[in-house]
Structures are given as C-alpha cells and as structure tokens.
Design a protein around this ligand. Structure first.
Ligand SMILES: *Cc1c(COP(=O)(O)O)cnc(C)c1O
Length: 409
C-alpha cells in the first residue's frame, strides 16, 4: 500500500528526485519510491504558502530564532516514540543540566519568559498547594511585590506580573533598599540592562542576601559568552532564566530556569503537568526536555571560539563585498550586550541613498528569496551571521548589495 506521503507526492506533480537508475537514464519506480521515502522531503512551507527567510538578523523569536543542530533534532525524533513519566524525566533532565552548567538545580521551561513566570510563582507559593491554586487572583498570605530597577523594565517583565504581583520600580541603590519590606517577594534584574542601572549584578546579589530576598536574573539573551551559563548562579543569583532556543539552539519553545534547589522545586510546583496551576499552559513535553539537555551538552562541547571566529570571518567578508558602495559606511563590531556576536553595521551617509534603512529592510524581506537583516533604522541596518546557514552567505551578500545599489541616488 502506498503511504499517505507517497500518495500525496504522486499527486502533487513534484518531479521525483534521484528516481533514475544510475547510468541507464531510465526511471526506476522501486528505487524512486525508496529514495522518495528517505530523501525527498515534503515541502511543508511550500504547501502552506509560507516563504522561508534567510536569516542575517540574529536570534529573533518572530522568525523562529535558531535552527536546531542534528544532535538536537535526533534527540527530539528518537524520544518521540515511547511513553515515559513526564515528572520522572524532568527530574532526570534537570539533574543532568544542573551538572553540566554547575548549579544546584535546573528545570526545562517553555522558554525564558515561562521561567520568569514560574520562578515568580514559586517564590510566592513555595510548595503550598492552596497558595498555588490561588495565584494570580488571591495573594493573601503571600508577599506580593517584586522590586526592579527602572532601566531593567522591559516587555518581558509582563511574565512576572502574570503572577498578580506588583512591580516596584526604583532608580537608585537607596531607593532599592528603602523599597524592601515584608511584602517584597523578589529582586528582579535583566542581564542585558545590567550596565544601565545604578545597582549592578554583584551589588544586587549582595543586597538580596543581606535582606534575605531571592534575586532573579533574566539572562535570556545573555549567551554568548558561553560562561554566562554558569556565571550568574556562581555569582549568587538565586534564580536565572536562559532562553533555550537562542544561542544554545535548543528547541525554540524551551528555556532553562537555573538556581537554588528549593526555589526551582517551587517553580516546578507551579508548572505543568498539574492542572490547577498558573503554569499549566506552559507545557514542555519529553522531546523538548531531552532535546534541551542535548542542546546544552552540545553547546558546551563544541569549539565555540572557532565558531565565533568563523562568524567574524563571514562579517569581514561581507564588509568587503559592500566596500565599493559609495556613501555607505561599513563597520565590523561586537556589541557589548545582548547578542555579543560579530555584527556588520551599515550606515548610509546623508543624501547618499534614496531609501531609508527601513525601506531597504522591507525590500529585502519582500524579495526572492526573503532576507532578514537586523535593527533597521532611518540611516542603515545591521547584519549578523551567527544564525545563518553558512551556505546562504553568498545570497545574503548578493541580495543586500542589490538592494543597496537600487537605493543609491
Ligand atoms: C528572548 C528574551 C526573553 C524570552 O525568551 P524566550 O525563551 O523566548 O521565552 C526574555 N528576556 C529577554 C531579555 C530576551 O531577550
């Protein structure tokens, strides 16, 4: 009997690939079907009318952020065929990840934002079932304030107020300390804005310890550098959130919560699979859990310096490709934080281009193939290659150059 896949293919009018007996030039149906089964991938995006994007922008959730490496895909695929105890698996995977990154405890969450909600919930409820059932609507008997420095308030802090707590926004160290009271549940910080606040990592952690309040660091986009996987828990942060599907290239719908054993346990208590919990909708199944573990393992094993160096070479090569364009300034930089990866900053000189960076960005996205660049602005945009399939580098050079030349006055 024909498989559904073969049937669909037969009627899709797609040409068979590799369906010829070598040398004879004659079609061989049996060989064709075998090959078809193993080699010809069904074009899911094509069938859906969705165009793939060549990603010269970076790890952006809106375009699915990163690509899982083979080892991670294997783990995902191979674990899909058996049932296991989800909680038992989570215990085991959490233990492995905690060992790998050298922290007390770890759990796989449905992304870093999920880690933020679950961690906050855990801090409020501990292992108290009645409390866990009442958040976010009834916080009686719980601390209900989370202190954050103004420069650290970003869209993602919504993940914290999901728990029904109030954000207490402060600016100076004096204000921070003055804001601590019996209602303070947690001190929250965003790694990407560490340098923007009056109180920075070490001091922030110190204040938390002094007053006995758990400290949290959202380091979702804090990697690379790789050592940030252990730096913040070692520094003394009680809880750290990291995105699984950005630099680590785990499943896009996964993340990590790292930290103190009791706090991670309390976060898990508020998550799936228990139904009457704030985090029940933040489900992570076995494939993502195992794939996340393997992604971390791989990330720690690869020669990251070499990978980093290859991005640097790609950026320098791209810079050369655009060097001849009049009125275009090209600069190869490594931003401080976040996304500390080799980046090409393209800046239009005044009056040299008829289009804005926004318009060139749109032309690239609307073009064929679609190419995405980063941080479009009035007078330019950026290019990175750390999330780009290396074989697409030439296309990026070609398309970006084409659109830049079209936009020249
Ligand atoms: C990406 C990001 C998040 C969310 O991470 P997910 O894994 O997509 O949930 C949170 N905070 C910051 C600063 C981020 O960059």
């Amino acid at each position: 009997m024909l498989s559904r896949r073969k049937l669909l293919k037969r009627f899709s009018g797609l040409p068979l690939v590799g369906g010829f007996v070598a040398g004879s030039g004659l079609p061989n149906q049996a060989a064709a079907e075998d090959e078809e089964e193993t080699k010809v991938a069904r074009d899911y995006f094509g069938e859906l009318g969705v165009r793939p994007i060549i990603n010269a922008a970076g790890a952006y959730t809106t375009m699915t952020a990163s690509l899982m490496p083979e080892e991670v895909l294997d783990a995902h695929r191979q674990t899909a065929g058996e049932y296991v105890s989800l909680n038992g698996l989570h215990d085991a995977v959490g233990k492995k990840i905690a060992e790998l990154v050298g922290c007390e405890a770890a759990m796989v969450t449905a992304g870093a934002a999920s880690a933020m909600t679950l961690a906050t919930a855990g801090v409020l409820t501990g292992l108290d079932e009645d409390k866990a059932k009442r958040i976010p609507v009834d916080l009686r008997g719980m601390r209900n304030e989370v202190i954050v420095q103004k420069s650290h308030v970003v869209g993602y802090t919504h993940a914290i107020i999901n728990c029904g707590v109030k954000l207490v926004v402060v600016e100076s160290e004096r204000e921070l300390i003055k804001a601590i009271n019996r209602k303070t549940a947690m001190l929250y910080s965003t790694d990407a804005h560490n340098l923007d606040g009056a109180v920075q990592h070490e001091r922030f952690v110190e204040i938390g310890k002094e007053y006995g309040i758990p400290t949290f660091n959202d380091a979702a986009a804090g990697i690379p550098p790789r050592e940030n996987l252990w730096k913040f828990t070692k520094m003394g942060y009680d809880l750290v959130a990291i995105s699984g599907g950005k630099a680590i290239r785990g499943p896009q719908s996964a993340g990590l919560l790292l930290g103190k054993k009791d706090l991670v346990a309390a976060a898990r208590f508020n998550g799936p699979p228990t139904s009457d919990r704030i985090g029940r909708g933040m489900k992570v199944n076995k494939e993502e859990m195992v794939a996340m573990w393997i992604a971390v393992e791989r990330f720690l094993e690869i020669d990251y310096e070499k990978e980093y160096e290859s991005w640097k070479m790609q950026i320098d090569w791209l810079k050369d490709q655009f060097a001849s364009i009049d009125g275009l300034n090209t600069e190869s930089v490594i931003p401080q934080s976040p996304n500390t990866v080799p980046t090409l900053v393209l800046t239009f000189e005044k009056g040299a281009f008829s289009k804005s960076g926004f318009e060139v960005n749109k032309a690239l996205l609307d073009g064929d193939p679609a190419v995405a660049v980063a941080r479009p602005r009035e007078d330019g945009f950026n290019v990175t290659t750390w999330m780009l399939q290396p074989e697409r580098l030439g296309t990026v050079a070609l398309r970006v150059k084409e659109e830049l030349l079209k936009a020249k006055v």
